[in-house]
Write a protein that binds this ligand. Structure first.
Ligand SMILES: Nc1ncnc2c1ncn2[C@@H]1O[C@H](COP(=O)(O)OP(=O)(O)O)[C@@H](O)[C@H]1O
Ligand SMILES: [Mg+2]
Length: 658
């Protein structure tokens, strides 16, 4: 809950300062969604220290970052990677040879005054220049061709790798907002960056070959000239590193703004918000807040862009200056007759080419530093996903399920939260037992249900199936045994039939069980009312697709769980949206599971006490703890008990007697 105190919002006990928009009316209004102090994802802090490293360290880290591009390409098409590398180096070397040959031709031509004889004498040198440059043009087009094949290979391999790793993530990881944000930022951006890094990486390889060869060539004219060229490279490299660093810091500095913008965009366009957005007339306020955030982003963009432009300008000026110094050295050498005019001309060409290729390399470096940032996020995502992978249990478990489920001193904290949502849960459930979990909103019912079903692993304590610690059971064997109806029914965008059988992997249920599940859940009636019955597409994104009401979706969700015929059925507020007739039909079926469902262990969560009455055992939750357990009659014996008090709130006392 929040209270507003002149620009300070008190939210859950912590004070957050909020900048208010200009008041139009007599009273200033607080922001609804564009709250400045939106939680910054945890990974942003880690990335800050990486993004603000020194120029030297950014160069030192670059190979580590680019190793992933090479490794990804290597995994997908090793021969192409070798070809691309070799061709780039050859192209760089050819550039340098071209330069040497040009210098050579020039020195022949400039040795004395140019005469027709001198020109014909220099024909071999000039021809060599032409041959080399023709070869270079050829190799350049080869370079483009190979590069065009490597790029898609890298993108495809990176995407597949990501899909493989992300699909193995433990379900609880998706409750971690910081990780969700990393997945959103690091996933697609990382894949794009890896693919986009291919071109500048190959370009850089070729530039390194050119620069090395041309510096060596220049040093042959005079070592001082080579030193001049190297010194002229430094400002460009510095500017590339500094401005990409600024860009990366800017990106980190705007993560929260982008988050706010995406929240506002979601609220403005997502159908889930459409009804209340209209009912509460939020359109104008959303527009005001959207503009507030986008103006802030725009301002930050301009500030960062100007800073980068200043750095690039300084880099250009410094490299121009150091280039001038290098050419000054050449002039001095010429003036003091350390070198003659012919050599000086050739040296000047060599220096010019070196400096130009260094400038090109600096541009590629800038690209790579920038892309490297997203590649590092992608790496973080892969690492984070690997850490969040469910530990692979190796113990097999029969599909007939456990005879007994035991929870021993179980506690659970959601990721990123220090306050436990469950504490000290001790509970034993026998095969075929029907257990109702009741309690107020937020008391921990859904969390407990997910732990019993092996969806969440306890933070402390253990869950045993028979005497086997559930943490060591093969995940597939857990899934085969558990059927789960979630609190919010999932609307799968596929046919009605697929919506029911989506959880039956290998074998479809026998016809009798299938029909019974559809009948009990009421899904059969829903499907019969659809134009193409089982084949009706249930998403308006399809041509002729339909949508259902929440209650109808809930019927399909119940059918989906029932047809799986798992040994444990967990239903979390599964009947909350059903009409009374459908609800009593489902509950009747669930609570008579011993007879009707072949000894299925049934756990159902409800906050309607009347629904729990028929369960073999009722577990009452309060503040993440079990505060009472027993049958309806046992719990009603305690006049001060939580259950009895809840019951009397929902059912008039006269009904509680007898
Ligand atoms: N994804 C989540 N991240 C953090 N806290 C959560 C999450 N889901 C539930 N909680 C917290 O855990 C507690 C128990 O939630 P839950 O088991 O859903 O309650 P119930 O089903 O009884 O209404 C609540 O205090 C709730 O705020
Ligand atoms: Mg719940």
């Amino acid at each position: 809950m929040s209270r507003r105190l002149s620009g300070i919002i008190i939210w859950g006990g912590t004070v957050r300062k909020v900048r208010l928009p200009k008041a139009n009316g007599p009273q200033a209004r607080s922001l609804l969604f564009a709250l400045e102090n939106i939680a910054e994802p945890g990974w942003v802090k880690d990335r800050h220290s990486v993004a603000s490293v020194s120029t030297v360290d950014s160069f030192r880290n670059l190979p580590k970052t680019l190793r992933l591009t090479i490794a990804t390409g290597w995994g997908a098409a090793p021969l192409l990677v070798i070809a691309a590398g070799v061709i780039s180096v050859v192209s760089g070397i050819l550039t340098a040879f071209g330069l040497l040959a040009t210098a050579d031709a020039l020195s022949v031509l400039l040795r004395t005054t140019i005469t027709p004889e001198r020109i014909s004498e220099s024909i071999p040198e000039v021809s060599l220049v032409l041959v080399i440059y023709s070869a270079r043009a050829l190799i350049e087009s080869l370079e483009r061709t190979v590069e065009a094949s490597v790029r898609p290979h890298v993108a495809c391999a990176a995407e597949n790798n990501l899909a493989r790793v992300v699909s193995g993530i433990d379900v609880i990881a998706f409750e971690d907002a910081s990780f969700r944000e990393l997945a959103a930022q690091g996933g697609q951006a990382g894949v794009r960056a890896l693919a986009n890094s291919v071109t500048p990486l190959l370009g850089l390889l070729s530039s390194i070959a050119t620069v090395t060869a041309s510096v060596v060539a220049t040093s042959l004219f005079h070592p001082l000239l080579a030193i001049g060229v190297v010194v002229a490279c430094v400002p460009s490299a510095w500017a590339a590193s500094r401005s990409s660093r600024l860009n990366n810091l800017h990106m980190l500095g705007t993560v929260s703004d982008h988050l706010q913008k995406s929240i506002l965009a979601e609220i403005s366009t997502d159908s889930r918000f459409a009804m209340e957005r209209a009912v509460f007339g939020l359109r104008d306020r959303l527009i005001v807040e959207y503009e507030l955030v986008s103006k802030r982003l725009c301002q930050k963009e301009i500030t960062s862009g100007l800073k980068r432009a200043r750095i690039q300008l300084a880099g250009r000026a410094l490299s121009g200056l150091s280039g001038a110094v290098a050419f000054g050295v050449l002039a001095i050498l010429l003036y003091t007759r350390w070198i003659d005019v012919a050599v000086a001309g050739a040296a000047a060409v060599a220096m010019r080419v070196s400096i130009t290729s260094v400038t090109g390399a600096a541009g590629r470096l800038y690209n790579l530093f920038e892309l490297g940032f997203s590649i590092e996020l992608y790496k973080d995502l892969l690492r984070g996903a690997a850490e969040r992978r469910r530990s692979v249990g190796s113990v097999a478990f029969l599909e007939t399920g456990p005879d007994i489920i035991t929870m021993s001193a179980v506690g659970f904290c959601y990721p990123g939260h220090s306050r436990p949502s469950l504490c000290d849960i001790n509970l034993t459930i026998g095969r075929g037992e029907v257990v109702a979990i009741v309690g107020r909103n937020g008391s921990g019912k859904s969390t407990l249900a997910k732990i019993i079903g092996g969806l969440y692993v306890p933070s402390i304590g253990k869950v045993f199936w028979n005497s086997v610690d559930l943490a060591y059971v093969r995940e597939n064997d857990i899934r085969k045994n558990v059927s789960f109806v979630a609190q919010t029914p999932m609307a799968w965008p596929t046919t009605a039939g697929n919506n029911v059988e989506i959880g039956c992997h290998a074998d479809l249920p026998i016809k009798e069980w299938w029909d019974r599940s559809l009948k009990v859940s009421g899904a059969g009636d829903v499907i019969d009312s659809l134009p193409h019955k089982m084949e009706t597409l249930l998403s308006t994104r399809f041509v002729d697709g339909r949508d259902l009401s929440v209650g109808q979706w809930q019927r399909l969700a119940i059918a989906r769980a029932l047809v799986r015929n798992g040994s444990i059925l967990i239903a979390d507020e599964a009947t909350s949206a059903l009409d009374p007739h459908a609800e009593s039909q489902v509950l009747e079926f669930l609570t008579s599971s011993k007879e009707s469902m072949n000894q299925v262990t049934t756990i159902f969560v409800t906050h309607r006490i009347l629904n729990a009455r028929k369960a073999d055992r009722i577990v009452v939750m309060e503040g993440g703890r079990i505060v009472e357990t027993g049958s309806h009659n046992e719990l009603m014996q305690n006049p001060e008990g939580h259950y009895r008090l809840m019951y009397e709130v929902q059912v008039p006392p006269i009904n509680t007697r007898g």
